[in-house]
Design a protein around this ligand. Structure first.
Ligand SMILES: [Zn+2]
Length: 445
């Protein structure tokens, strides 16, 4: 949230304090609540104008998850929220600790360990609090149940998309370099690194010089059940001066920068180039997801796309000048696989004579591919997709918890299903006191 917005909300809150008969100094409010069921995961999302501090704990008899939102107006009604979940009985408000807080109680059908995380405002969404509840007894449709050997060692699938190809050369540099050749070369280097990495697998949208429509590329990602799509391009501009790389994510509206509009145009002209050879398809048949799930997946994929973009920008800075220091957004068909975080990397300006020269240099392309690979690894190390070998590795690592305001040892023991005694001995604590910011190791009970 911007400083100006904070100031504005403070003024509104102060106004409310003076004008209302029941003084209420809550600054934030729940603006929207959504629910989605995705296989075994029930997901609740609350949107706020700015994310409030929150704490949570679980209680037994009946099983429930209690979330306290500090400084949040408790007027939101959950009655319109349509929840169809095997683990959520109902959601309601309860009396908060103080008048300015909101206490939300999620009644569950069994004992669960909730997963709570926040997402910053991006792409038209406000700051969000996400609550995930995973049903441990979930049996998917048509799924073969084999509890003795659960499939927990799937590869992380990265779809690598070499921009353009065939009749669509992409941009052409002043010395005659074709963008489609540069993108394929970097894509193959990245493919080779990924395939050498245990627990990771690369899928290429194209492996040679042929045309694929920008609309068909995300379908390849969806079919491969990809965990990430990286589309590789080289920029071009009408003048030779601009230089540097950039990373793009999907925006809901049209791009608001000149370069973004140019990029959207380039993609459309690629579509036109290929249209002659394409069978026109009915786009409506692509709606394989219920609308809510679709939006929710987009929401989460977008957040991940933004996160990995930032990691990639940091890595690429070591190899090339970056044209933009933050992820850019544009409305690009290639980035629309609903379940797959998708980013587009512009490795530099092929229209800039020096960068064209660099891109023709194998060592430079290797460095670019390495930077991409390092950032992809860093991203998945931090947030490995469920069911993958990397997730299994992460689970075996001791869990860490950073103490937040209002958290005590007994609250943490309850949350992680351990005891205060175990927590103290694991962390060599002599008293029950913990301080904010202290990092505790959680014993694997
Ligand atoms: Zn391109």
């Amino acid at each position: 949230m911007t400083g100006r917005l904070t100031a504005l909300l403070t003024i509104i809150a102060l106004f409310a304090l003076f004008s209302a008969s029941h003084a209420n100094t809550s600054e934030a409010a729940i603006k929207a609540a959504r629910f989605a069921q995705d296989e075994e995961t029930s997901r609740l999302v609350f949107e706020f104008s700015s994310l409030p501090p929150f704490t949570y704990f679980t209680l037994k008899n009946p099983d429930r998850v209690v979330i306290d939102l500090q400084g949040v107006d408790n007027n939101y009604s959950f009655s319109t929220l349509d929840i169809d979940s095997s683990v959520i009985r109902r959601i309601r408000q309860s009396t908060p600790k103080t008048q300015n807080d909101t206490r939300i109680v999620i009644e569950t059908t069994k004992k669960l360990s909730p997963n709570l995380f926040s997402l910053d405002a991006s792409n038209g969404y406000d700051d969000r609090l996400v609550i995930e509840l995973v049903d441990p007894g979930f049996v998917g449709q048509g799924q073969i149940v084999n509890s003795a050997a659960p499939n927990r060692d799937k590869d992380i699938i990265v779809v690598i998309d070499a921009g353009h190809g065939g009749v669509d050369p992409g941009s052409v540099g002043p010395a005659g370099t074709y963008e489609k050749r540069i993108t394929l070369s970097i894509a193959k280097m990245l493919e080779s690194s990924i395939n050498k990495e245990p627990g990771m697998k690369a899928v290429m949208t194209r492996t040679g010089d042929y045309y694929i429509s920008p609309n068909d590329r995300p379908k390849i990602a969806a079919k491969a059940q990809a965990d990430l799509l990286v589309s590789i391009h080289a920029d071009a501009f009408t003048t030779p001066q601009p230089r540097g790389g950039s990373v793009w994510v999907l925006s809901k509206g049209r791009a608001d920068s000149e370069l973004g509009r140019l990029l959207e145009q380039t993609e459309r002209s690629s579509e036109l180039l290929g249209a002659a050879a394409e069978v026109i398809e009915d786009r409506d048949t692509e709606r394989y997801f219920a609308e809510t799930i679709f939006n929710m997946s987009m929401d989460l994929s977008r957040a991940s796309s933004y996160e990995i973009s930032n990691v990639m920008i940091d890595e690429m800075k070591g190899v090339t000048k970056m044209h933009k220091k933050v992820p850019q957004s544009a409305s690009l068909a290639v980035l629309t696989a609903p379940e797959t975080p998708s980013i587009l990397v512009e490795v530099g300006f092929i229209s800039n004579p020096q960068e064209e020269k660099n891109l023709n240099w194998r060592k430079h392309r290797e460095r670019l591919a390495d930077a991409m690979f390092t950032s992809i690894k860093a991203f998945f190390k931090k947030t490995p997709p469920d069911g993958t070998l990397w997730a299994q590795w992460k689970q075996n690592e001791p869990q860490q918890h950073k103490v937040a305001s209002g958290e005590s040892l007994s609250l943490l023991a309850q949350r992680y299903g351990t005891s205060v005694v175990k927590l103290k001995s694991e962390n060599n604590l002599s008293s029950d006191m913990v301080r904010i910011g202290q990092v505790l190791t959680i014993p694997s009970s």
